[in-house]
Structures are given as C-alpha cells and as structure tokens.
Write a new protein. Structure first.
Length: 229
C-alpha cells in the first residue's frame, strides 16, 4: 500500500473521530440547554426559549443530516414546545414529532440507547386518542417496555414506564421502576436533568407507596373486623 494511501486513511479516521466527538458534544449541549429551560425557567421564559433552541438545533441537524440522535432531540423539543402553541398547532407538532421518532426507530432503533421508543411511548399515552389524535395506551406500553429492554439502566426509560403504569393503576409495578430509576447514578454530563428527574421519581414513589400501604391496611382491616364479629 502506498504511503500516501495510508496517510489518507489515517486522516480520514482522525476526521471521523473528531466529527463523532464534536457531534457528541453538540448533543450534550442540546440536552443541557433543554434541562436548564425545563427545570429552571418559568412558563413565560420557556415559551420564548424553546423556539430559540429549536432553531439552533435545526441548524445543527442540517450540519449532521444522518444523526438519529439529533433528530430524536428535535422530536423531544418539538413535543415540549407544543405546550406553548395553540391547540391545533400543538396537535400538528405532536404528529411531526411522532413522524421523526418513527423514522429514527426504523433507521436506528438503538440510537441514544432506545430513547426514541421512550419518547414515542410517552407521546402515545399523553396524547388524546382518535378522533382527536393518535393516542393509544396499548402502543404506549409496548414502546415503553421496549425502551426499558434496550436500556434498563436508564433513569428516563424506567421513570416514564413507571409513570405510564400509574395511569393504569398498576402501583406495584410502577413502584419497582421508580426504585430502579432512583438507584441509577446520574450522568456526570447531564447531572441537572438526571437529578431533577430522580427528584420527581422520589416524590412519585412516595405517593405510590402510600397508596399501596393504604390499600394493604384496608385489606387487613377486613380480617380485623371479621375477627371482632
């Protein structure tokens, strides 16, 4: 092999590594900015900050058109920003986010450790069903379960699956996944986002356990009442 060919291969390899590192940095930046807006800004500030971040992300996606990771974050931002749009615009945004996530799953289901499944599953159980929109509880559970299967050590996948289970009055299963979310270490690069979600998981677990204990006490009281008769 010619020396010039070897040099060309080495340069290409280094270039690809630098590009990958740059992309990872940009993804972390987007997630960090989203977390700061979501957890530290008030509603008025969020309504102006999300469109700016979306515009920034749009330009980043154009620079990395093949990145499914960036497209997943694009869908997350579109869905998050929908809360500040008119009802009709919000439904259109949610549908757009759904289409992006479905395409990402078909292209690379493992991107961001299966985050597209978690996000899409969450949309399916939070969005109204037919004829208003595409909400579907069965599809939601299948997607969320897949998200946990692909990344069982994710705070997000366990938290959102637990949150879904609560809507189905499956408290014992929900408590299990809230506990799993709490026991997973926060990512150093995303300390704010992970710590805040773990706070939500802790509060949800406390309420869930109270409900479980309340049901248990009522059950035991039946035997207590029977023995006193």
């Amino acid at each position: 092999m010619k020396r010039t060919t070897i040099v060309a291969i080495l340069l290409l390899t280094v270039s690809n590594l630098l590009s990958a590192n740059s992309l990872e940095f940009e993804i972390n930046q987007i997630e960090s900015e989203w977390a700061i807006i979501y957890y530290t800004k008030n509603s008025s500030e969020q309504s102006t900050a999300y469109p700016k971040l979306l515009n920034k992300l749009h330009n980043t996606v154009k620079s990395h058109p093949k990145s499914n990771e960036l497209k997943i974050w694009q869908a997350i931002l579109i869905a998050t920003n929908a809360a500040y749009e008119s009802p009709f615009s919000a439904l259109e945004s949610i549908k757009k986010a759904k289409a992006i996530l479905e395409k990402s799953i078909s292209t690379d289901p493992h991107a961001l450790d299966g985050a597209a499944f978690v996000t899409l599953g969450t949309l399916y159980y939070l969005t109204p069903g037919w004829p208003i929109s595409f909400g579907n509880e069965y599809k939601a559970e299948q997607l969320l379960k897949t998200g946990v299967k692909l990344n069982p050590n994710s705070i997000d996948s366990n938290y959102f699956y637990a949150d879904y289970l609560l809507t189905k009055d499956r408290e014992s299963e929900a408590a299990k996944h809230f506990r799993l979310a709490l026991n997973i270490p926060s990512r150093p690069a995303q300390q704010l986002a992970d710590d805040e979600l773990k706070k939500e998981a802790s509060l949800a677990l406390l309420k869930t356990e109270r409900k479980l204990n309340s049901g248990k006490n009522r059950f035991l009281s039946l035997f207590s009442s029977a023995s006193n008769n």
